[in-house]
Design a protein around this ligand. Structure first.
Ligand code: EPU
Length: 456
């Protein structure tokens, strides 16, 4: 029997909607049906920050109802930006004309909630001459240092001071174009440079930039605002600073991480899921691996249908920056690989601690051995990174229910689909973390026929 979902959840309503933190799942039932994905969390939150750079209001469409968006909305509001929801579901309007410096207490109230506050630096420095950054949050998947961000800001002429309040950044003489080479194509540091360089005096050259589709979409947003950004071969971005930018009207790129998550849910539970809004182009690498692992998909005009083919087969994958296999895709894939006939290897090369979630899968019956220092494998495309780890997954192993606690966004999602694929009952707690990145999560599970109750 299913506990009735909060109506507001099904209707995409307010915060109260997904208040449950703990769910009980009765597994063994394939997920079948249709879900829609909206704008990408990893673009939407950055485009919201970009609205601060405009002289006129901006409109962002397809904004998902997730808690990361709420955190950024609230941070914009404490800086005097008026944020209003539009008539079309998922539309937000931003009016930055009243932007002001925020009090430390107001900013600090968001400490630990998200990693996005760090991207406020450039826009706030241009607007107000200073920025205050609280302790950052986000998933605990490694050290997640911010040295690339701080080095880049210094290259633009900013002064970075660490105080008891957090990090205080000032630019008494304004910001000038810079010549920057990132030690690694970091997504966040590339966004930091873009959001700062567009209004700096002179030209910025960024080498070894991240080129994820969400970054290209952010570049599209900034170009709509009046920025001049060219994308050169070999990960080079050239940004010619301009004196002023206007607001934008933009529909966010779809969330390919969410699309890949549901695809893996279909694979793991032997289900059949149509993901409305998913597009092939940005998922080419994922689709190749999905097919090699025994998945079947059909690309249609309005989305992609995913299910199992004849049987699941083991694969060797390594996570990488775009156009490689994203680090956010490995967790749900690993659940499916526990049901493949043979041994798979997943090399995690982006974060140094993103395989810890597998412990709970082992508790559920999976055969997964994590090698904290990584392992060699003949299929390697790139040399090993110092950070990396590897998971060796041997299947098929029947999964059984367990009590598990969501550790981080993608790991948590993988626990839910493992519980859905498992025989028996599981209790999954700390579900609030999943709300950071998956919109209407319970409503979607319900629509796909999952058997679960919200119990706490
Ligand atoms: N790094 C540094 N120093 C820095 C910045 C990064 O050493 O100053 C290292 C990180 O520790 C990591 C690697 O560089 O080992 C890559 O980090 P990156 O900066 O690319 O990641 P991010 O910007 O913090 C975003 C997404 C992540 C996604 C990664 C990789 C957002 C809000 N987060 O993080 O998404 O995994 O890029 O694509 O955009 C998620 O959605 O669950 C998630 C964690």
């Amino acid at each position: 029997m299913k506990t009735l979902l909060n109506d507001a959840d099904s209707a995409g309503g307010p915060e109260a909607a997904l208040s449950g933190e703990t769910i009980r799942i009765r597994g063994g039932r394939p997920l079948r049906g249709r879900v829609e994905v909206k704008g990408a969390k990893n673009l939407v939150t950055k485009a919201m920050v970009a609205a601060l750079l405009g002289d006129t209001p901006s409109t962002l469409r397809d904004v998902p109802d997730i808690s990361d968006v709420k955190v950024v909305r609230s941070l914009l509001e404490v800086h005097g930006v008026r944020v209003e929801s539009g008539a079309e579901e998922g539309t937000l309007h931003f009016d930055p004309s009243g932007a002001v410096a925020a009090h430390f207490e107001e900013i600090d109230a968001h400490a630990g909630a998200s990693r996005i506050p760090i991207l406020f630096c450039g826009p706030l420095l241009h607007l107000l001459g200073e920025a205050l950054i609280p302790d950052l949050g986000g998933c605990r998947i490694g050290d997640r240092p911010i040295n690339f961000h701080m080095d880049a800001l210094r290259a633009f002429g900013a002064i970075v001071d660490k105080s008891y309040e957090g990090i205080r950044i000032t630019a008494p003489d304004g910001l000038h174009g810079a010549n920057i080479e990132l030690p690694y194509p970091s997504v966040g540091a590339t966004e930091q440079v873009l959001l700062t360089a567009v209004r700096a005096k002179g030209t910025t050259e960024l080498r070894n930039a991240a080129i994820e589709p969400e970054i290209m979409d952010l570049i599209a947003v900034l170009q709509k605002m009046g920025a001049i950004i060219s994308y050169e071969p070999n990960r080079v971005l050239l940004i010619e600073g301009v004196d002023s930018l206007r607001g934008y009207d933009h529909r966010a790129i779809f969330d390919r991480n969410e699309a890949a998550s549901w695809a893996c849910a279909a694979l793991a539970t032997d289900g059949d899921i149509f993901v409305g809004g998913a597009r092939q182009q940005e998922m080419l690498t994922f689709l190749n691996v999905f097919r090699k692992a025994g998945g079947w998909f059909d690309v249609r005009e309005d989305g992609i249908q995913f299910r199992r083919g004849d049987r699941l087969t083991p694969v060797v994958v390594e996570t990488d920056v775009h156009p490689g296999f994203m680090t956010d895709w490995q967790q749900p894939l690993i659940v499916a690989l526990t049901q493949a006939q043979g041994t798979s290897v997943v090399h995690e090369t982006v974060y140094e601690n993103r395989l810890g979630f597998t412990e709970a899968l082992v508790q559920m019956g999976a055969d997964i051995v994590v090698h904290p220092q990584g392992i060699d494998s003949p299929e390697r495309r790139v040399p090993r990174r110092a950070l990396e780890q590897a998971a060796v997954v041997t299947g098929p192993t029947p999964l059984h229910g367990a009590e598990v606690v969501v550790p981080d966004l993608r790991g948590g999602y993988s626990y839910v689909i493992a519980a859905l694929a498992a025989q028996g009952e599981s209790v999954v707690s700390n579900m609030g973390i999943i709300r950071r990145g998956y919109e209407k999560f319970f409503a979607k599970l319900d629509a796909l026929g999952a058997d679960f109750d919200v119990i706490g």
